[in-house]
Ligand binder design. Structure first.
Ligand SMILES: Cc1cc2nc3c(=O)[nH]c(=O)nc-3n(C[C@H](O)[C@H](O)[C@H](O)COP(=O)(O)OP(=O)(O)OC[C@H]3O[C@@H](n4cnc5c(N)ncnc54)[C@H](O)[C@@H]3O)c2cc1C
Length: 463
C-alpha cells in the first residue's frame, strides 16, 4: 500500500479512506454519476482537526487535493485527475441551533443548503440564499463559489451572509474566526478571501451565517413587456412602490418563456406569447392582504402608464409554486438541446437588451447552433444563456464562447456573475480582470498555498 495511504490510515479509520474499487460508486459531478472517480483516494473527515491532519500530510508530500461539496458547480471546478486526493465534506453536516438573539446560525461546511434553510425556518427566521441546487449544494460549496441565486437584489450574494469562517489552510493551519458580530473592522477581513475562491486558498470547515426575520407575506406576478428600456424603468417603479420588499426580479426572453411553459411539467402559460420579455417578480413582506393590494395597484398603474403590457398575479400558494416552477424549470431548456453550453455573464443593466439581442443574432447564424435561451436575474445584471448545439466540437464551443465573452471587456461586465471560473472560464478571466488584479491573485495564492496543492490548475494558471 502506498505510504501516503498508510499515513492517512494513521489518522482516519478504514471507512474514511476510499481507494480502488470503493471509488467505483463515486463521481466528480452530480451530472456525471456514470463516470466513476479515478483518484488516489477519497477521504471522509469528520472534524476540522481531521481536515487539518490530512492537509499536513498532503502538504508534506506535495500532494494535490480537491475538496468535494455537493458537486453541483457549473464550471468544472471539481474535475479530478488520477494524481489527486479528494476530501469530501459530506460527513461534516452539523447544524447548530440558530442563535435567536444575534440572528445567526453556525454550521459545518458539509451541511446541505436546504437543511440549513429548514432549520432556520423552523425557528421563524430566514437564511436568504436560494437557488435550484439547494437540495444538493453544501454551505461550504456555496461559500467557496460565493453563490448568488434568486434573491440577490434584496439580500446580496453568499459573501454578504457570512459573518464568521473556519478554514484549514494548505499546510494544515486552522484559521478560525467564528464570531457572530456584524461589524468588525479590526484590520483585514480575511474570511472574504476564501469566499468565492473555489477551493484554491483553503478548506472551509465551519461558518457563521447571518439570518433575517422570516417574511410573513409573499406576492408574485408575471409581467409582459416589449421594450427593454421598460424592463429597467418598471424595475425601479416596482422597487420604489414595494418599499424595499422587492426580493426577485427575474427576466425570461420570449423564446425561453415559450419552451419553459410548453414543458409538460407546467400546466399552462400564465401570459400569452405576445411579448418580447417576461418578468417574474416577487416581494417578501409582512402582511399578505396589504402587500397583495399594493402590488395590484402598482401593476394597474404601470399598465395605465403603458410601462408594461400585461400582468398576472399569483393568488394562492399553488399559483406561486406554478410561477416559480416555470422559472426554475431550466431542465426544460436543456431537454430540447442535443448538446448544451451554459453561460452566466454580468452586464451593466442598461446594456443588457441590446447586447443580448446582438449576441442572439450572431449565435443564431453559427452553423451548429440550434437554440439560444437567455434568461436571468436581471435585477442584479446577471444573465444566463443556454445554447443548444449539434455537436461538442471544440471549435464550435470556442466560436460560441467568443461571441458571448468578447463584448464583456468593453462593456465592463464579467464572464462569471455567480458560478465562478473553475476550469471552463479560466482562459477568459483576463476579459474581466486586469493584469494587475490577476498578478495580485497569483501572489495571494502563492502565499497561502506555496506548493500549489489546493485545486491545482483551477481558476488561475501559476508558473
Ligand atoms: C440546478 C443548478 C442550479 C444552480 N443555480 C445557481 C444559482 O442560481 N446561483 C449560483 O450562484 N449558483 C448556482 N448553481 C451553481 C453553484 O455554484 C452550486 O450549485 C453551489 O454553490 C456549489 O455548491 P456545492 O456544494 O455543490 O459545491 P461543489 O460543486 O462540490 O464545489 C464547488 C467548488 O467549491 C469547492 N468547495 C466545495 N466545498 C468546499 C469547502 N468546504 N471548502 C473549500 N472549497 C470547497 C470545490 O472544490 C469547487 O471548487 C447551480 C447549480 C445547479 C446544478
Amino acid at each position: 500500500m502506498e505510504k501516503l495511504i498508510t499515513d492517512f490510515l494513521d489518522i482516519l479509520n478504514h471507512e474514511q479512506v476510499l481507494t480502488g474499487d470503493d471509488l467505483k460508486s463515486r463521481y466528480h459531478h452530480i451530472w456525471h454519476m456514470d463516470k466513476p472517480l479515478k483518484v488516489k483516494a477519497l477521504l471522509l473527515p469528520e472534524s476540522t482537526e481531521q481536515v487539518s491532519e490530512i492537509m499536513k500530510i498532503c502538504h508534506k508530500n506535495d500532494q494535490p487535493v480537491i475538496v468535494f461539496g455537493g458537486l453541483t458547480n457549473l464550471v468544472g471546478s471539481t474535475e479530478t485527475l488520477e494524481r489527486d486526493v479528494v476530501i469530501s465534506m459530506e460527513r461534516m453536516t452539523t447544524i447548530e441551533a440558530p442563535d435567536l438573539q444575534s440572528r445567526t446560525i453556525t454550521v459545518e461546511a458539509g451541511a446541505i443548503l436546504e437543511n440549513v434553510q429548514q432549520k432556520v425556518s423552523d425557528a421563524g427566521l430566514l437564511f436568504p440564499l436560494n437557488y435550484g441546487a439547494k437540495g444538493s449544494a453544501q454551505i461550504g460549496g456555496a461559500i467557496s463559489t460565493n453563490a448568488g441565486g434568486l434573491q440577490v437584489i434584496r439580500y446580496g450574494m453568499t459573501r454578504n451572509l457570512v459573518l464568521g469562517l473556519e478554514v484549514v489552510l494548505a499546510d494544515g493551519t486552522i484559521l478560525s474566526s467564528l464570531k457572530t458580530i456584524i461589524k468588525d473592522n479590526s484590520a483585514y477581513d480575511l474570511k472574504q478571501l476564501f469566499v468565492g475562491s473555489e477551493g484554491t486558498l483553503g478548506i472551509v470547515t465551519k461558518a457563521v451565517l447571518k439570518l433575517v426575520e422570516a417574511p410573513k407575506s409573499r406576492v408574485s406576478a408575471f409581467v409582459g413587456i416589449n421594450d427593454f428600456s421598460k424592463v429597467v424603468e418598471f424595475m425601479r417603479f416596482v422597487d420604489q412602490g414595494l418599499a424595499g420588499t422587492l426580493s426577485s426580479y427575474e427576466l425570461i426572453w420570449k423564446t425561453s418563456f415559450i419552451t419553459l411553459t410548453k414543458d409538460p411539467s407546467v400546466e399552462r402559460s400564465p401570459l400569452p406569447y405576445y411579448y418580447n420579455y417576461y418578468i417574474l417578480l416577487e416581494g417578501l413582506g409582512s402582511d399578505q392582504n396589504v402587500d397583495q393590494q399594493r402590488l395590484e395597484h402598482l401593476l394597474e398603474e404601470a399598465l395605465h402608464q403603458e410601462m408594461i403590457l400585461d400582468a398576472t398575479l399569483a393568488y394562492s400558494q399553488s399559483e406561486l409554486n406554478w410561477f416559480w416552477r416555470i422559472r426554475e424549470n431550466v431542465d426544460a431548456l436543456v431537454a430540447v438541446c442535443q448538446f448544451d453550453q451554459h453561460f452566466d455573464i454580468s452586464l451593466p443593466i442598461h446594456s443588457i437588451g441590446d447586447t443580448i439581442a446582438s449576441m442572439t443574432e450572431q449565435l443564431e447564424q453559427v452553423e451548429g447552433v440550434t437554440h439560444v435561451f437567455p434568461f436571468g436575474h436581471v435585477g442584479d445584471g446577471n444573465i444566463h444563456f443556454i445554447i443548444g448545439k449539434t455537436s461538442e466540437a471544440d471549435t464550435l464551443r470556442k466560436r460560441i464562447n467568443a461571441i458571448v465573452y468578447e463584448p464583456i471587456k468593453s462593456l465592463g461586465g464579467s464572464v462569471s456573475a455567480e458560478h465562478g471560473i473553475g476550469l471552463h472560464k479560466k482562459a477568459y478571466l483576463h476579459l474581466c480582470r486586469t493584469e494587475a488584479e490577476i498578478a495580485v491573485m497569483i501572489q495571494i495564492k502563492k502565499t497561502l498555498d506555496p506548493k500549489n496543492i489546493l485545486n491545482r490548475g483551477k481558476v488561475l494558471d501559476l508558473n
